[in-house]
Design a binder for this molecule. Structure first.
Ligand SMILES: Cc1cc2nc3c(=O)[nH]c(=O)nc-3n(C[C@H](O)[C@H](O)[C@H](O)COP(=O)(O)OP(=O)(O)OC[C@H]3O[C@@H](n4cnc5c(N)ncnc54)[C@H](O)[C@@H]3O)c2cc1C
Length: 713
């Protein structure tokens, strides 16, 4: 059982099942889920790959060796949007032993958002005001991105896609663009599906016409062993321009002093356009800190309301906000003051709704995310728009609104995307399945580092050290890596002054972090020290299960762990074997004579959390190196100084970088455990006070663009 199964995420087969159309090797990504975002679709895509690989539904290379399965399989991915591309990336990263064919009905990859300069994408903002919702990095192991204009997110993702394909020797992937008449139906061969299509073969890395190709369309038919539909949600049929097309809604009018817009719709798309039309300098993420960032207590209360909203008590949200605006009148007046000063004077908006009352927008039947509801509530209170249920034609006539100022955001018809491509009988089978069975979590289900090695989890024991040196990497923020490197370089230079030359000394730092629900320790920088010859790619970013080896023991015991003085190298190696070092790390070099792991603690012990936020790791091959007495105290003092300067605003002088809390999974070791009997002959705990952060409880220095307009944070 893997760490994530253990945390009730279900087995890989449970996960794969939530994507599957009964009786066929046919899977669909996110079609029936609510709150769909780019990031959540990418997570669903990687969860599907995890399920398919671990169940053996797609063959993968086994720790660098070809899969035993000699038959070359074929996998089809329909849709070259974020979800489809991420499925393909996940399969390639796992070393899939199959031919992948991606079908995209438009002229290029990620066509909806490509060139979309007027829309902003932020990976976590739909979780606001939860911890970590302001973090601009998507934190994905593959095709990750940071908040930016949608067009720039496309560039980031395509560049990561390019790099991934370049790394793989002979990637067996084909891309067809401008596909038409794509039809999926039952094959004559058992357990297969047939696809017929007309399309243009393209270069899979870029979506461009391949060199030497005429780029013409051809009609083809082929059987596939697995078919994954990632056809998304389509584009809005009622609007003149789809949501992702560029517009001038967010810009001041140049010709007329004041224009009236009719905005029709009651989903997130409509709410975002309402906010852009009425608030100057509006940006989906920044506005939240601009309006609410002044008052932590207010945010705390809003978090409570969100909790109830998520428990299915959405109908109470409007009343709760009304109550809060009275209970915390001063704080809410400040929000209104800030908002009023930002209201555009060159626009008026009539928001046309089907629901008779604005409070009805807050009930469960309407798909508006929590933060947009709160913003629209605040805008309403500031007199920012007029709601109406009048017919569009009447409103247009009454207010003399020309067609170019009528914006319709009536949503998309998701199921049509599948109806268009599935045979009648496949579509009927899909229809026969209870929609609830298709609910796909948007929490990562894979174990930390899963996409950093090829093969299945069970194969990892056979992986050699050359593979282990690079594997299990997850996203590591650049600022975190830089500060960890500076700290470790300082510790290493202090220790190297008393360490024999010509014998290896290594120092590095691991931070405690969760990927999905798995607690891991992530190496934040390369090794610093004496005679460290790492060569090749940096090991920074590697993740280790949190109970792994010496660092894991320090994490579990909440104490400094050190090898006993004079211990033989073989005895130390045996202790490491017991601590499962080889589960994720390279084997310990046979001549390591000294190891130490020194934990650093959070400012306060939070319920259910492990107080350890990171572990400094030191090892040496020198016979007579030992860390105790004054030298140990100096290292502990250095850690104290480091921890004390990591707090949220510690890097105030560095624009846009601060320590940001990420949501962390509850820990299995939130209370300290004893050092196991079996390793006590080799390892000991050292009873010394540990370094503690002053205010924060995580080491996650990250860039964020949340600087209120006109203010420096
Ligand atoms: C109004 C609106 C506002 C949104 N705002 C946000 C937001 O602020 N933030 C956010 O994260 N998300 C937002 N989303 C959601 C976002 O669009 C999706 O999360 C994202 O596009 C999902 O990626 P996907 O790959 O699943 O689907 P898509 O991006 O739709 O990609 C599907 C791909 O499949 C292709 N395709 C479809 N049918 C076929 C076929 N028959 N054959 C071949 N190819 C096919 C399409 O051309 C497309 O390239 C919004 C959506 C809407 C409608």
């Amino acid at each position: 059982m893997t760490a994530n199964e253990d945390m009730n995420h279900g087995t890989p087969s449970d996960i794969a099942e939530t994507y599957k159309i009964p009786d066929h090797p046919l899977y669909t990504v996110g079609t029936y889920d609510n709150g769909v975002t780019v990031l959540s679709q990418q997570v669903r895509a990687l969860n599907l790959v995890y399920g398919l690989v671990e169940c053996g539904f797609v063959p993968v290379t086994h720790a660098g060796k070809p899969a035993p399965d000699k038959v070359q399989r074929k996998i089809a991915i329909i849709g070259g949007g974020f979800a489809g591309l991420t499925v393909a990336a996940g399969l390639l990263a796992k070393g899939v032993q199959a031919d992948i064919v991606v079908f995209e009905q438009r002229d290029t990859l990620l066509p909806l958002q490509q060139g979309s300069d007027t829309r902003w994408l932020h990976p976590h903002i739909y979780n606001w005001p939860a911890e970590g919702s302001e973090i601009s990095a998507a934190n994905l192991p593959l095709l990750t991105w940071t908040a930016a204009r949608a067009s720039d997110v496309v560039v980031q993702v395509l560049s990561a896609w390019n790099t991934l394909i370049e790394k793989i020797k002979n990637p067996r992937i084909e891309l067809f663009c401008n596909t038409r008449h794509l039809q999926i139906h039952e094959a004559a061969a058992p357990k297969k599906l047939t696809i017929e299509w007309i399309g243009e073969k393209r270069e899979p890395r870029s979506g461009n016409v391949a060199e030497g190709s005429t780029g013409g369309s051809t009609g083809q038919t082929c059987d596939f062993d697995v078919v994954i539909t990632a056809t998304g949600f389509g584009i809005e049929t009622a609007s003149r321009f789809s949501y992702w097309r560029n517009d001038m809604v967010g810009q001041p009018n140049l010709e007329q002093p004041r224009l009236t817009f009719l905005l029709s719709g009651q989903g997130d798309g409509a709410m975002i356009d309402l906010l852009r039309l009425r608030i100057s300098h509006f940006r989906q993420d920044r506005i939240l800190s601009e309006l609410f960032g002044h008052n932590d207590l207010l945010l705390e209360q809003i978090r409570e309301i969100k909790k109830k909203d998520e428990e299915g008590r959405e109908s109470e949200t409007f009343q709760s906000l009304e109550k809060l605006s009275l209970d915390m009148k001063d704080a809410f007046d400040e929000v209104s003051r800030r908002l009023s000063s930002r209201l555009r004077r060159d626009t008026d908006v009539i928001l046309r709704l089907k629901k008779p009352k604005l409070s009805d927008l807050f009930d469960g039947g309407v798909r508006i995310s929590f933060q947009n509801r709160v913003l629209v509530y605040a805008l309403y209170k500031s007199g920012g728009f007029v709601p109406s249920t009048e017919k569009e034609t009447v409103l247009v006539r009454q207010h003399a609104i020309p067609p170019e100022r009528v914006i319709r955001r009536h949503g998309t018809k998701r199921e049509m995307q599948l109806k268009n491509i599935l045979s009648d009988s496949l579509f009927a089978t899909l229809g026969s399945r209870n929609r609830e069975k298709f609910r796909q979590t948007d929490e990562p289900s894979w174990d930390g580092g899963y996409f950093g090695f090829t093969g299945r989890l069970g194969d990892t024991q056979d992986a050699g050290d050359d593979i282990r040196r690079q594997w299990r990497k997850e996203y590591l923020p650049g600022a975190t890596a830089l500060v960890a490197a500076t700290f470790c370089a300082a510790v290493a230079s202090f220790l190297s002054s008393s360490h024999p030359t010509g014998q290896r000394l290594r120092v590095t730092f691991h931070r405690a972090v969760s990927f999905g629900r798995e607690e891991v320790l992530q190496q934040c920088c390369k090794y610093f020290g004496v005679d460290v010859d790492e060569g090749g790619e940096s090991p920074a970013g590697r993740t280790f299960p949190a109970d792994n080896a010496t660092i894991g023991l320090a994490y579990k015991t909440h104490a400094v762990i050190r090898s006993r003085k004079g211990i033989e190298a073989e005895e130390l190696a045996a202790a490491m074997q017991f601590l499962n070092l080889s589960q994720a790390s390279r084997s310990m070099a046979p001549d390591v004579r000294f190891v130490a792991a020194l934990p650093m603690l959070a400012s306060e012990d939070a319920h259910g959390r492990n107080p350890v936020i990171g572990v400094l790791y030191i090892d040496s091959r020198a016979d007579d190196f030992f860390l105790d007495g004054d030298r140990l105290q100096v290292v502990l003092n250095m850690m104290e100084g480091f921890a004390g300067n990591l707090d949220r605003n510690a890097l105030r002088d560095v624009d846009h970088i601060s320590n940001r809390e990420l949501a962390r999974a509850p820990s299995k070791w939130h209370t300290a455990v004893e050092i196991p009997e079996e390793v006590r002959h080799a390892l000991e705990t050292v009873p010394v006070p540990l370094a503690r952060m002053r205010a924060d409880s995580q080491f996650n220095l990250e860039y964020s663009d949340f600087i209120p307009v006109g203010e420096k944070q």
